[in-house]
Design a protein around this ligand. Structure first.
Ligand code: CA
Length: 506
C-alpha cells in the first residue's frame, strides 16, 4: 500500500496516518511531503513546519499548541501538544448558525409497537422493575422463571428483562442531585419498549418507595409485589409475581407491530473506545443518519457532556433559540462543577486506548465526537435522566461512560441506539437495540460477528460517507421494525444498567 494520510479541513496542519503499518522515516507521502519520523497508524503527521506555541489544527479547529518546534513530516504526538484552555462558557455565540434542514423527499416507515401515550416501541418487553438493589436476586430469579414457564405462551412478547440498579436504599434521598437517579429510574420504567406494563418488585423498607416509581407514570397500573408483604416465604413471592406477570404478558401479547413514520423514532447516538478515525468515518456516517432522521421528523439524542464540553462553541450557535443555548451551557457548567467536586477535570478523559488510537487530548476527542450530531438545529436540552419532550435533535446530558450514557438515554426514552467504536467493545443493551458501527475495517475484520456496520469502508474502499450512511439508515429502519437483529443481540450480550447517581450514598 502506498503512503496514505487523511486531513479533514483545508486549514488543518496535521493529517492522520492511514497505513496499517504506519509510516517509516523517509517514506514519501506526496510530491512535497516526506515522513521525517516513524509515525504509527492513526497518529498525526505535520503537514507544515509548526513553530513552538503555534496552533495545531485538525477539523479546522485548534486541538493544541506545539510545546516544541515540529518539522514538516514529523510526528505530532500527545507529548508535543499543550492542551488549549477551555472555551469560556460566558462568551459563546448562541443561536447564530441555525440551519433548517429540508424535509426528506419521501416517507420512510418502520414497523413499531404504538403505545397509548403516543410513544412507539421497537421491542415488546416485559420489564421486571426493581425499586432497590436488595431485590435484584429475586428479580433475576423470577425473570428466568417467567421466561421459561410463561413466555412461550405469548409469542408476541420478545423478552423478560430484569431492571436492576444500585440505587434505592442507603442513599440520601433528599440530598442535592438525588433527583437525578430518582427521575432516571422513574423514566426508565416508561421506556417505550415496555408498553407501560412493567412488573414492579419492591422490598418494603427501602427509601425509594415503589409508589414513587409508579405514581410518576400516569398510564401505569397501580400494582406491584412487595416482598416484605408476602406471607409464606419465597414460594409465595414467586407465586404472586408470576400471577401478576401473567396478566401483564397477556396485555403485552396484544401489542402488534404497525407501520410507523420515522418521526416516531427516538434514536440515541454515542461513541465508545474512539480512535483517530472515529471523527473521519464512523461519526460522520452517524451524523448523516442523524440528519436524515431529523429531516424525517424524528428525534435523535446526543449526549456525553465531557466529550461535548470542549467543542461546545460549535454547538451553541446551533441552538434553536437563546433559551436552548443557555440550557446547553448550564449543563456544561453543572458538569464542570461535578468534576471539580470530585477533584477531577477534563483531562480525566480520554482513555489510554483512545490515545493509542491516535486521539491526543479531550479537545481532539470532542471535535470528533460531536460530528454524530449532524448539522441540524438543537431543538431541546434535557437534564440527566429527563424524558424526551420535543422532536428533532436533542442534547440529553449524560456522562460519556458507555454503560452510564446507555442507561441514561434509555431513561430519556430512546427506542434504539447507534454506537460508534474505533477500538471495539462488546457493549449492548437489553432494553433497546444497539447498532454498532466500526471506524476502521480492521476492527470489522477482527470482530465480524460483533460489528453491524463498517464505516471504515469510507477509507478502505470506494464507498463514500453517503453510501455507508444509507446502509446504516436502512439498518436502523430494519432493526427498529424487528426485521433485522443486531450482532450483539444475536450473541445475547447485554451490559448491566448503571444509573447516574451524583448524590451521596449513606
Ligand atoms: Ca461513550
Amino acid at each position: 500500500m502506498r503512503a496514505k494520510i487523511i486531513s479533514i479541513h483545508a486549514n488543518d496542519n496535521v493529517a492522520v496516518v492511514v497505513n496499517a503499518e504506519g509510516l517509516k522515516t523517509g517514506t514519501g507521502v506526496s510530491k512535497d511531503l516526506v515522513a521525517s519520523a516513524d509515525i504509527p497508524h492513526g497518529q498525526k503527521i505535520a503537514l507544515t513546519d509548526i513553530e513552538v506555541d503555534q496552533d495545531v489544527i485538525r477539523y479546522g479547529e485548534i486541538i493544541g499548541q506545539a510545546k516544541r518546534a515540529i518539522k514538516k513530516g514529523g510526528w505530532v504526538d500527545e507529548e508535543c501538544l499543550e492542551l488549549p484552555i477551555s472555551h469560556d462558557l460566558d462568551e459563546l455565540p448562541i443561536a447564530t448558525r441555525v440551519i433548517k434542514l429540508p424535509p426528506l423527499p419521501r416517507k420512510f416507515t418502520f414497523k413499531g409497537y404504538r403505545n397509548n401515550d403516543g410513544s412507539v416501541g421497537t421491542k415488546n418487553i416485559l420489564a421486571v422493575m426493581t425499586s432497590v438493589q436488595c431485590v435484584a436476586g429475586f428479580a433475576n430469579h423470577i425473570s428466568r422463571k417467567i421466561s421459561a414457564e410463561l413466555l412461550p405462551r405469548y409469542p408476541s412478547v420478545d423478552a423478560v428483562v430484569p431492571i436492576n440498579h444500585s440505587y434505592g436504599c442507603g442513599v440520601a434521598i433528599n440530598a442535592p442531585h438525588a433527583e437525578i437517579p430518582i427521575r432516571s429510574l422513574q423514566n426508565l420504567m416508561s421506556n417505550p419498549n415496555f408498553g407501560n406494563e412493567s412488573l414492579v418488585i419492591g422490598l418494603g423498607c427501602e427509601k425509594l418507595e415503589p409508589q414513587m416509581l409508579i405514581s410518576a407514570n400516569p398510564g401505569m397500573r397501580n400494582d406491584l409485589v412487595r416482598l416484605q408483604d408476602c406471607i409464606g416465604g419465597f414460594e409465595q413471592m414467586v407465586r404472586n409475581s408470576l400471577e401478576l406477570a401473567d396478566q401483564k404478558l397477556q396485555r403485552l401479547n396484544d401489542r402488534k407491530r404497525e407501520d410507523c413514520p420515522i418521526s416516531d423514532l427516538v434514536v440515541g447516538v454515542q461513541c465508545g473506545g474512539s480512535d483517530a478515525f472515529s471523527g473521519i468515518t464512523a461519526n460522520p456516517v452517524v451524523g448523516l443518519v442523524t440528519d436524515l432522521i431529523v429531516r424525517g421528523g424524528g428525534t435523535v439524542l446526543f449526549s456525553e457532556v465531557s466529550e461535548v464540553r470542549d467543542a461546545v462553541h460549535l454547538l451553541t450557535p446551533r441552538a434553536i433559540d437563546v433559551a436552548t443555548g443557555e440550557a446547553l451551557i448550564r449543563e456544561m457548567q453543572w458538569y464542570d462543577r461535578y468534576l471539580e467536586g470530585g477533584g477531577a477535570d477534563r483531562t480525566a478523559n480520554p482513555t489510554p486506548g483512545n490515545k493509542e488510537g491516535g486521539i491526543s487530548n479531550i479537545v481532539e476527542k470532542s471535535l470528533g465526537s460531536i460530528i454524530k450530531s449532524g448539522t441540524g438545529p438543537i431543538s431541546d436540552v434535557l437534564g440527566h435522566g429527563e424524558k424526551v419532550r420535543k422532536k428533532g435533535l436533542v442534547f440529553a446530558a449524560t456522562p460519556a461512560s458507555d454503560f452510564v450514557c446507555g442507561t441514561q438515554q434509555l431513561a430519556s426514552g430512546i427506542n434504539l441506539q447507534i454506537f460508534t467504536t474505533g477500538r471495539g467493545t462488546p457493549y449492548n443493551l437489553a432494553i433497546a437495540p444497539v447498532i454498532k458501527v466500526s471506524s476502521q475495517t480492521a476492527l470489522k475484520n477482527r470482530w465480524p460477528d460483533l460489528i453491524d456496520i463498517d464505516a471504515g469502508q469510507v477509507v478502505s474502499s470506494t464507498k463514500t460517507i453517503e453510501d455507508v450512511g444509507m446502509d446504516l439508515f436502512e439498518m436502523v429502519l430494519a432493526v427498529a421494525g424487528g426485521e433485522k437483529v443486531t450482532a450483539a443481540e444475536k450473541l445475547q450480550l447485554f451490559n448491566d444498567l448503571a444509573v447516574f447517581n451524583p448524590a451521596p450514598v449513606t
